[in-house]
Design a protein around this ligand. Structure first.
Ligand code: ATP
Ligand code: MG
Length: 551
């Protein structure tokens, strides 16, 4: 080797060694930097409060954060290199991986709601998945971020349920208003139908008319009475039926109805009574309680169809200490002691669909049903501050329990009025008849004249007050409609009483609880006539009223 080259070679070697050292130092620093960056990245990931991860295109985990590890219950290190299939229940894993494949294939982000089993409980997450690319734009994997939305989803569901219930309540309320209005107008019309049929019957009897006329008029009368029953159910549903509330024993009400009930149900049904003897009283309208019992027992009998079966009518006491799960009717019932009346049958039972709709007015599953029976029951029970508990299943019979708040007063006994043989009674004197409905006026005037009265028929409250001022002493009785456009019956009544305190007044109305209950004293309500009235009822109410005041 030439001498001149030796030192150069030595120098070169020295520089090579120096360069090697430099390189080593740089490599160490770079490695240090990479390690630092990785730690920073992991710290960043771990401080995200939601689940976060990165996967390659095969769905293999490249990175996960603390929240992810906590949710699936594995160590972070053990998750890397695995796929969803190794971590989650298989049906969920397949769903997650399908979403990943979609992101890789379409190169588009997705936002999905997905179920995740965390520590054994099912939760819902909102998951955001994004494709990641290398510098050349090739997709090399996905990143994901999942936020727990279980709570907000639950709130949302509760809100939706509340809204549904409110809509249902509103729907039922407006149906109630509608039903009440229809019933009121129908009752006025029915006064006309019923009274004309009865006047016709009287005329037919007096003129010895042919049997055919007699029968047809009787049919008209029966149909009108049946229609009155329906309007009565509608009024009850609307909560606008006449309310005459006093302390009653439900056991006694049922016992006293006995024969009526037996006559209304199928011959194949056996009725058993289990009536608690020492039942606390309830504050209730007896006619409406009868309507409740009747509607429940008829339904029970119809649920038996042609089969032989048993209906059990039970009364007793139930302490409500917790929210009742199968409570229908009002949305909640105050805790405490209730008196119950229950009708149980071993008939058809109800499907789930029927169970959710049975209290809707006009909902029926029967060919000739009107769908008003239970609506009326519900309206009545609601009006009395009670609740309804339903137990039923298809093919397993039904039990409907009506819970009524007990009254503080003791029950007055249910004395049945001895039926007055009304057609034998006649009377004389001047009756002031006040009703804004011309139809009602005409026929009621005819009925009153038939009893023997002289009648002054008036269309407005003002006319009534004016006429009464002139002949207060002559008036034997006043038949007064409660709902009139100019002056209400209560105002008219007050004016009449100012003039002559003892004048006998018979109030009539197509409804209603609020109009009656709030505006009239109980003593006035005692002489109340529900429209439409049959001739006999008008006659016997007037008779009662006059005999009471004559005494
Ligand atoms: N005891 C029962 N067993 C089985 N289903 C019943 C029972 N009571 C009521 N239902 C169901 O609830 C529906 C509504 O009852 P609801 O008494 O309101 O009307 P309805 O009996 O069909 O007609 P309406 O009483 O006006 O003649 C019935 O059609 C029936 O499907
Ligand atoms: Mg019914």
């Amino acid at each position: 080797m030439a001498d001149g080259l030796e030192p150069e070679l030595v120098e070169l070697r020295r520089r090579v060694v120096e360069l090697e050292r430099q390189l080593e130092r740089l490599g160490g620093e770079a490695e240090e930097q990479v390690r630092g960056a990785r730690a920073q990245g992991q710290a960043l990931l771990d401080n995200i409060p939601h689940m976060a991860w990165m996967k390659n295109t095969e769905g293999v985990f490249l990175a996960v954060n603390e929240a992810f590890a906590r949710a699936c219950g594995h160590d972070k290190a053990r998750i890397l290199g695995k796929t969803d299939r190794d971590i989650w229940p298989s049906e969920h894993a397949e769903r997650y991986m399908a979403d990943d494949r979609r992101v890789v294939a379409t190169r588009e982000k997705v936002l999905v709601e997905e179920p995740i089993v965390e520590g054994g409980t099912l939760k819902w997450f909102e998951t955001f998945k994004t494709p990641i690319n290398d510098s050349r734009g090739t997709v090399i994997g996905t990143v994901g971020l999942a936020r727990d939305i279980t709570e907000s989803k639950r709130h949302e569901e509760q809100r939706r349920q509340l809204e549904r219930r409110m809509q249902q309540t509103q729907k039922l309320e407006s149906l109630g208003v509608l039903a009440g209005g229809i019933a009121h107008d129908f009752n006025n019309l029915l006064v006309g139908v019923l009274a004309n049929a009865e006047l016709g019957l009287t005329a037919a009897r007096q003129t010895h008319a042919s049997r055919v006329i007699f029968d047809r008029l009787n049919d008209v009368r029966k149909a009108a009475l049946h229609a009155a029953e329906l309007t009565n159910q509608m009024l009850a549903y609307a909560g606008r039926a006449h309310f005459d509330v006093r302390p009653l024993s439900l056991s006694e009400v049922i016992r006293e109805m006995g024969h009526l009930l037996d006559a209304s149900i199928s011959k194949k049904a056996r009725v058993e009574y289990e009536l608690a003897p020492e039942l606390p009283a309830v504050q209730a309208d007896i006619a409406q309680m009868r309507q409740v019992v009747m509607n429940l027992i008829i339904n029970a009998s119809e649920a038996l169809g042609d089969r032989v079966g048993t209906i059990v009518v039970r009364t007793g006491i139930q302490d409500v200490t917790d929210e009742l799960e199968d409570l229908y009717g009002p949305s909640a019932l105050a805790l405490g002691r209730y008196v119950f009346l229950e009708v149980t049958d071993d008939g058809s039972g109800m499907s789930d669909e029927t169970r959710t709709r049975l209290f809707e007015p006009f909902f029926t599953t029967k060919f000739t049903g009107r769908g008003l029976g239970l609506s009326a029951v519900q309206g009545i029970v609601r009006g009395h501050g009670g609740g309804i508990v339903l137990r039923t299943a298809l093919g397993q019979g039904t039990s409907i329990r009506v819970l009524m708040p007990p009254s503080v007063a003791a029950a007055t006994s249910v004395v049945r009025r001895a039926p007055v043989v009304a057609s034998e009674w006649s009377a004389t004197g001047l009756v002031l008849l006040v009703d804004d409905d011309a139809h009602v006026r005409t026929v009621t005037e005819l009925l009153l004249r038939d009893i023997g009265f002289e009648v002054l028929a008036l269309a407005t409250g003002r006319d009534a007050i004016r006429e009464f001022r002139e002949r207060a002493e002559q008036v034997r009785a006043v038949v007064l409609d409660v709902t009139m456009p100019d002056l209400g019956g209560d105002q008219v009544l007050r004016e009449l009483r100012l003039r002559r305190a003892d004048v006998p007044v018979l109030l009539c109305s197509g409804y209603s609880q609020e109009e009656m209950g709030d505006r009239f004293a109980a003593s006035d309500l005692a002489s109340f006539l529900q429209k439409p009235y049959a001739f006999d009822t008008l006659r016997s109410r007037l008779r009662e009223l006059l005999e009471r005041t004559d005494r």
